[in-house]
Write a protein that binds this ligand. Sequence first.
Ligand SMILES: [Zn+2]
Length: 440
Amino acid sequence: MQTSGIDKHTILNPVIKGITVFAEYIADGALVIDDQTGLVVDYGSSASIMAEYGRTQQGQQPVQIHDHKHKLILPGFIDTHVHYPQIDMIAAFGEQLLDWLNNYTFVTEANFGDRKVADDTAKFFLQQLLANGTTSAMVFATSHPESVEAFFTQSTQLNMRMITGNVLMDQNAPEHLCVPTEQGIRDSQNIIDKWHGRGRQHVAITPRFAITSSPKQLKMTGELYASYNDVYLQTHLAENLAEVAFVRELYPNHKGYLDVYADMGLLGRYTTLAHGIYLDTSEYEVLRDTGTQIAHCPTSNLFLGSGLFDLSKTLSYTGVSIATDVGAGTSLSMLTTLSEAYKVQQLQSNPLSAHQGLYQITLGNAQSLLLEQKIGNFMPNKEADFVVIDLGATALLERRMTQTSSLEEKLFVLMMLGDDRVIEQTVIAGVSRYKNRTRV
Ligand SMILES: [Zn+2]
């Protein structure tokens, strides 16, 4: 058992655009974790927790107390759309989506048939997630099954709750990255059989997007998706105008981009589509009617010059999560991602509050992925994934925090200025997996 402390007690429940976000802040708080199961046992004021759990009972495991006084403890961050192989080509200059894919992404992804490259990169990527306070993610691998094997092997070792799958591509991509239509589907089937539901791992069927899968492959993808109740599906939608035009050229008889996915059976509550910037009203209605979720990736949309995502409009139809989309995204930090999301919404006169942002990257993203029974906050029996945050991690943050008078202000400063430097420790299912070496 472990307990952790912070200062004073307030409960906040701000209402954002019709959605009530319950945020609970316990100023001198403690969290109780069962070391055997890695689950949360209880949380509350440190006085009440210490009175109830602070002493080892006879015949019980000794109580360990971890003191994090003056630090903020938050649920682990969740990234709902990120490409792990692209960590090696993050920050590549000057192109928009389709050229960027051809000139940088496909070149890098070609290396992932080599299991050693995949293992090394998956390991590095997961360490980077931990250093940024991200404890769960929905991830693209490459079209090589080895890239998925490598990822799940590493995430299992760290006991992180992760979702991934082999990327399905059988056209409009370099030949060495395309996998024959049926073979790609067979690879996905084998990966589901081996990994879905094993420990904390889930599989997502992962067609890259409408351009790089043939109609036949998209149809087979829909059939595979329909044959499971809880396998995910992830792909991209309407990120860039040239992409939307290309899909129209490939599918002249469909009503639009989303209609291709609807027709192929790819939509549903377990589906997350990244971006969704260029949609018309009938497409928003299809998202709503099918429960299909959108992942908003602000640093990626800005970096590739894709466009401005309309958060409040999309939220009025369906669930939205916030994600990094590295390597088009420029940071694995969900805090940095929130600060860019804030700026994208500012340009549309819809400022994102710190409570909405922090709710979104924890419980909100968990709900979008239907994982809210397992992760996202500190309710008893949830998995104890959390981050210890130092609000004074840099000289600027420390100085700026002294000029704040409310929790809302402090959290907003954290959202705008925070990044990997504020993450002091990251804990996965009760086990500390990362400590910031610059401070401990
Ligand atoms: Zn992406």
